[in-house]
Design a protein around this ligand. Structure first.
Ligand code: ADP
Length: 503
């Protein structure tokens, strides 16, 4: 007998409906990639994955042809909240958009204070579960993402104790950014009928926070890279939960995010001066020339052009860059920094440009077309992140023949093979190892270590034959979503098996 694998995928945002950050990219791509896979196994023939999102006021209701699919009341305090669920299809995949009075009619999707966002996301999480019951569509797997939808995982664990409808539903919680625990959400959880946890394994302070509650009750936890899955079990990266997370080690794994390889394709990107592939890499040079001209930097094709494209946030280590480049000011380089965010970091970047007006350009803005021209025109991309659950910029950079210089952390370590390590690691066949390298990695989160890594890169850049090798190997990497989707499918199947064997 064949049956569909039913997966309910919950996210606070997903492109093209609403995209604020990296999660929007993932939730906009992964469910579709899974929808497009066909599972060949004895009992499964296809994946019926459905995406659910809050109907945020910023979503253009007209643009997506929404139709009302369900209305019900969700228990809240002593009463209930009228809930409407609209649906549409994207490339054949069903998407539910859930609305109710708890969703604000104005303002940002996310606030710095999670307490402000907790009612709407808790409402959404519980309404999505209730929807499956209303539709009599029993998911095999509930797949939630980050703190916003972790309440659904916790609620499921409570419902499974007494509600036959949910008995066969397993759960997966993906952590995209651990430090966002949902601090302050406790009272909202309570108002929606979710009590604090009694689990003694959870630190006391975390027992009414959405993400820890989800982490404690999910059948499986995953992060967006193998490296980050290991790092969150250490005091440095564990946000106070490292001991608890270590106790869940056997149920925790990592799957790298992908990138949309059609969207990020230097061979067809309409924003580039000159399209190119790894077969005609010399055409790439025109992009560098034009970029330097555009930014009013002297067009020196042989001078290494180092770039940075990032949110200006402490996590990203942008603050280390001026000091690092200062340390190697006696060398030849030009630099471009594109980003926006923390006012202090922005001011430091501007001061850096004022110090080196001939060789540094700083653009304090979010400019997607310019970012593409920088990926295609600069020689190297700096990614000095203090932590990086997965990271997209290094994958985009490699695809565009731009060589990453990055801190060896999380997804950066998992996706970049270091030039020096590649050579040194191998005693028997140095050349073979070197042929696998795609960039430069360094370990300490300091401007000195970053400067040293840039210096190593400049040394290789001087030998253009070697540099081209790095570029071409990077361009040939497979960062497609399909690869990740296959791994998620395998994970869903294992969760299904485990939850079935517990019946
Ligand atoms: P995060 O999601 O933590 O911000 P990622 O590396 O996962 O970091 O994704 C960042 C994405 O945002 C990339 O696609 C990058 O090109 C883009 N980006 C970041 N800053 C800017 C900017 N100032 N202008 C244009 N694109 C940007």
């Amino acid at each position: 007998m064949t049956t569909n694998l039913r997966v309910l995928y919950l996210a606070s945002e997903a492109a093209p409906f609403v995209k604020i950050g990296g999660l929007g990219d993932v939730a906009g791509s992964l469910p579709l990639a899974l929808h497009n896979l066909t599972a060949h196994s004895q009992n499964l023939n296809c994946i019926d994955i459905r995406l659910a999102l809050p109907l945020h006021h910023v979503i253009d209701r007209q643009a997506f042809g929404l139709s009302l699919t369900a209305s019900f009341r969700l228990p809240y305090r002593d009463g209930s909240i009228p809930t409407q669920v609209y649906s549409t299809r994207i490339n054949g995949m069903t998407v539910y958009l859930i609305d109710g009075d708890v969703l604000p009619k104005e303002g940002a999707v996310y606030h710095d204070d999670a307490q402000l966002d907790a009612p709407k996301f808790t409402f959404f999480s519980l309404a999505a579960l209730e929807l499956t019951r209303q539709l009599n569509w029993q998911p095999h797997v509930l797949h939630a993402n980050d703190w916003h939808t972790a309440p659904a995982v916790y609620a499921l664990s409570l419902f499974r104790n007494h509600e036959p409808f949910f008995k066969r539903t397993g759960s997966l919680l993906t952590v995209h950014n651990l430090p966002y625990l949902g601090t302050g959400a406790g009272s909202a959880l309570k108002l929606f009928g979710l009590p604090p946890s009694q689990d003694p394994a959870l630190p006391h302070w975390s027992r009414d926070l959405p993400l820890p509650l989800g982490l404690a009750t999910a059948d499986h936890i995953n992060t967006v890279s193998h490296g980050y899955a290991q790092e969150i079990m250490t005091p440095e990266f564990g946000s106070g939960l490292h001991d608890f997370l270590r106790s869940r080690q056997d149920s925790t794994s990592g799957i790298l995010n992908g990138i949309d390889v059609d969207h990020w394709d230097p061979g067809t990107d309409p924003f580039l001066t000159s399209n190119f592939t790894h077969r005609n890499l010399s055409d790439r040079k025109k992009n560098k020339r034009q970029l330097l001209r555009e930014l009013k930097l002297e067009p020196k094709s042989r001078t290494p052009l180092i770039a940075m494209i990032n949110r200006m946030d402490y996590q990203k280590g942008v603050d280390l860059v001026p000091d690092a480049l200062d340390k190697i000011a006696d060398q030849t380089w030009q630099a471009i920094i594109l980003g926006t965010g923390d006012p202090g970091i922005e001011a430091a970047a501007r001061a850096f440009e004022e110090k080196y007006p001939q060789r540094v350009r700083v653009m304090i803005t979010f400019d997607a077309p310019l970012a593409r021209r920088i990926y295609a025109g600069a020689d190297a991309l700096l990614i000095p992140s203090r932590y990086e659950p997965c990271g997209l910029t290094q994958m985009i950079a490699m695809r565009y023949g731009n060589v990453p210089i990055a801190r060896a952390t999380g997804g950066l370590r998992d996706t970049i093979t270091d030039y020096r390590e590649a050579v040194e690691d191998n005693t028997s066949g140095q050349r073979l190892e070197r042929r696998q390298s795609t960039g430069f990695l360094y370990h300490d989160s300091s401007s000195g270590a970053l400067a040293e890594a840039i210096q190593r890169a400049l040394g290789i850049y001087a030998d253009q034959r070697r540099w081209r090798g790095l570029q071409i190997r990077g361009m040939k990497q497979d960062f497609s979503w399909e690869k990740s989707a296959q791994q998620y499918l395998a994970l869903y199947k294992s969760i299904l098996k485990n939850s079935a064997s517990e019946q």
